[in-house]
Design a protein around this ligand. Structure first.
Ligand SMILES: [Zn+2]
Length: 463
């Protein structure tokens, strides 16, 4: 498989250190709020990557951290008047709920920063001993950027903007303010009861050291792949490389992959523009999780994705078309596993080739639509027999192991749901709104949503 390596800035053949086994570290959520769809786009890209690798026969070990102590989580928990752990737990739970809703596969490990303080302190100690870091009088530890000759490999830095010896305390800063960054932050009044004992006194880790420590603890000092959103390249990933390589004297990561931004209606997403969405916001508007998954996956990960509500409607229409085709396969398929016709075989090959070429999802989707187009024509002129239909269904299901957005048997409404929908419809016709609302609640409780459209009630599985 070929991937675009952000550090060499070119396509490279992915060759894991251990043949057949890819070790991946993925920067996970900062659990101070619900994930927004921009965050979810990145997690979706990583889901596509891990599913593709597995589809191609690799074993995958993926680690996704949970940032549950940093500038943002401390500030937000104080504003909410809650202890840090109690505050972040709510958003950890919400995060895992979102992953399940979007059918994102679980990583092998989800280490939380607050469970890994000893590894972080040890890493900072190593950097101090090797004199890549220094301790200030007030008990902070900073990484000395001028001691690291390779600083600035992932992003191009203007030498005039580098201010070695000056210090930056915040976890996030701009490229024009490159300075010595905090590895360990001494306890301050506004940290409240958040703090751990260390050789430099009470304090807490900087955000960047958290990822260096946790990735190396789970994956080794050198591992294959590190992913994240493009906004993580600087300073977060640049700092991770510097700390890790100076501490171990070994290369840290062999391939870096970054997903591009998501914009909404061609504008940067922001609360003030009213175009800021969490997954929950979209579910409240009755969009189906499958349509959201489809839309978030449909653009190449290195392209900016323009997320629009019209795009979600289109995604649903596309899914309906795929469902309809799968329904035709289902109805025609023989019981025994069949042989796919040659056009389905070549579609499968085109699909694999597209994904092997740096996850070219638009081309992979085009391969599916070609199968559907050819398949529908074959059903229409009755040239596809039961064995052929079973073969096509098998090919489609294999591709869905990567895509994860096709309907499955439990997505088809059973008679109990259909009965409730009919009862609700009768109540509406009798203008008995209380009864109709009660029926709707029952339908929702069974995991479905119902939406009234000009051509009747539409039922959708919430998964
Ligand atoms: Zn990270």
């Amino acid at each position: 498989m070929q991937v675009y390596n952000s550090i060499s800035r070119r396509l490279e053949e992915l060759e894991p250190l251990e043949p057949g086994h890819v070790r991946i570290y993925t920067c996970g959520p900062t659990v101070y709020d619900y994930a927004h769809i921009g965050n979810l786009r990145t997690f979706m890209f990583e889901d596509l990557l891990r599913r593709t690798l597995k589809h191609l026969g690799y074993r995958v070990t993926q680690v996704m951290n949970l940032t549950d102590v940093d500038d943002k989580t401390i500030r937000a928990s104080r504003e909410a008047g809650l202890p840090l752990q109690q505050y972040t737990q709510r958003f950890k739970d919400a995060f895992f709920e979102d992953l399940a809703t979007l059918n994102i596969e679980s990583a092998e490990h989800y280490p939380a920063a607050t469970d890994h303080l000893p590894a972080m302190i040890k890493l900072v100690e190593t950097l101090v001993t090797k004199e890549y870091a220094y301790v200030t009088d007030d008990g902070c530890v900073y990484f000395s950027i001028d001691k690291c000759e390779t600083y600035g490999r992932l992003v191009t830095l203007n030498p005039e903007s580098m201010r070695p010896g000056e210090r930056v305390d915040h976890d996030e800063y701009e490229k024009d303010g490159v300075a010595d960054f905090a590895l360990w932050k001494a306890w301050k009044e506004e940290d409240g009861d958040v703090g751990w004992d260390s050789p430099w006194g009470r304090g807490r880790p900087g955000w960047h050291i958290e990822c260096s420590a946790m990735s190396m603890q789970y994956l080794g000092e050198t591992f294959d792949l590190h992913t994240g959103g493009v906004d993580n390249r600087f300073p977060h990933h640049e700092d991770e490389i510097a700390q890790s390589e100076c501490a171990t004297g070994k290369p840290f990561v062999r391939y870096w992959m970054h997903s591009n931004f998501l914009v909404v209606e061609n504008k940067k997403m922001s609360k003030s523009l009213g175009n800021f969405y969490t997954l929950r916001d979209l579910l409240d508007k009755d969009y189906s999780p499958r349509a959201i998954r489809y839309l978030l996956l449909s653009a190449h990960y290195r392209q900016q994705l323009n997320f629009t509500l019209a795009g979600l409607e289109q995604a649903q229409a596309t899914l309906d078309r795929i469902d309809e085709f799968m329904g035709r396969c289902e109805a025609a398929a023989a019981d025994a596993p069949g042989t796919p016709p040659h056009w389905a075989e070549s579609g499968r090959r085109a699909f694999d080739e597209a994904l092997k070429h740096d996850l070219n999802i638009p081309e992979a989707l085009a391969a599916i639509f070609t199968i559907i187009h050819t398949g529908n024509a074959a059903f229409d002129d009755r040239s596809l027999d039961g064995a052929g239909a079973a073969g096509v269904r098998g090919v489609m299901r294999e591709m869905d192991a990567v895509l994860g957005f096709m309907a499955h048997e439990n997505d088809v409404a059973g008679p109990d749901i259909e009965k409730l929908v009919a009862q609700r419809q009768a109540a509406r016709e009798a203008k008995d709104w209380a009864e109709s609302d009660r029926m709707r609640d029952e339908i929702v409780a069974l995991g479905w949503s119902v939406k009234d459209t000009p051509h009747g009630a539409e039922l959708r599985k919430q998964r």
